[in-house]
Ligand binder design. Structure first.
Ligand code: AMP
Length: 259
């Protein structure tokens, strides 16, 4: 193993948010970060939601219509999902019922000390992917636990658009393949299930340009929320490819949380 790929240990809990447009490579960076820092794990709200939809849980049934229409799932549903995930991993001690906590977060009058307490062990380190998406969600999350690094991933729009044109999806799991850099083993077929891959019907360039613009708009408030809390919290990393971005984020995590 060369030094460049050797895994590293963390000395304190890293609670990281990845903010980046669809197609910028958040999934790739999460996987690379987990390899580099094995104490990290990813919590992706999109994956948790799809799992609930697949298992036909009440939460999944509620979320499904919003997901299919391409809209955002209502905040109380997402907060419930995150709260359950963090407390079932025993990373968060809560002092009230889930219903009361969600209601308090919705009213915006929670506080970290009254609602929950987060563990500081480095083994409770995580990367959130897909949450929080809005400043309101970030505010509610802040009552549960303190995020300590926001990584903003940026690539030029033209680079993202050409990447999205080559993107194939396994619909039921949400697994994404990219022609040319993470191809499926058999073209057009999902590696794990053997089912067919699809390109989203609404994957036209004009639709993607609109989605990217919408993302810019919502993420601006989200980043502003974190910058206002601590100007050193948000780190912007730019690159034309995942390989250009990874070394920069490795260095940042190492500097802040490494041994
Ligand atoms: P993703 O895999 O992150 O693209 O998420 C898939 C879908 O799940 C989104 O289009 C939303 O409908 C829903 N979703 C995921 N995360 C959130 C969130 N933080 N807030 C609201 N809806 C979400």
């Amino acid at each position: 193993m060369t030094l460049a790929t050797a895994s590293r240990k963390l000395k304190r809990a890293a609670r990281i948010i990845l903010v980046g447009a669809p197609g910028v490579g958040k999934g790739t960076q999460s996987e690379r970060l987990m390899k580099r820092f094995p104490q990290l794990c990813t919590i992706a709200t999109g994956d948790l939601l799809r799992e609930n939809v697949k298992n036909k849980t009440p939460l999944g049934q509620h979320a499904e219509t919003y997901m299919h229409s391409g809209g955002l799932v209502p905040d109380p549903v997402i907060l419930n999902l995150i709260l359950n995930e963090l407390s079932s991993r025993k990373w968060l001690e809560t002092y009230d019922s889930t219903e009361n906590i969600i209601a308090a977060l919705g009213r915006g009058n929670g506080s970290a000390s009254s609602v929950a307490r987060a563990s500081n062990s480095p083994d409770t380190s995580f990367i959130l992917d897909g949450f929080p998406r809005t400043a309101t969600q970030a505010q509610a999350l802040s009552y549960l636990l303190p995020i300590n690094l926001v990584l903003q991933l940026v690539s030029p729009v033209e680079v993202i658009l050409s990447r999205l044109a080559n993107r194939w999806i396994h619909l039921s799991s949400g697994r994404v393949y990219n022609v040319g850099f993470n191809d499926p083993k058999v073209a057009g077929i999902d590696d794990l299930t053997g089912e067919k891959l699809v390109q989203r019907e609404d994957d036209s360039e004009a639709t993607w340009r609109k989605r990217l613009a919408k993302f810019d708009e919502t993420s601006r408030d989200l980043l502003e929320f974190y910058r206002a809390r601590d100007k050193n919290m948000v780190v912007t990393v730019q690159g034309n490819s995942s390989d250009e971005i990874s070394p920069q984020i490795f260095a940042e995590v190492e500097k802040r949380f490494g041994m």
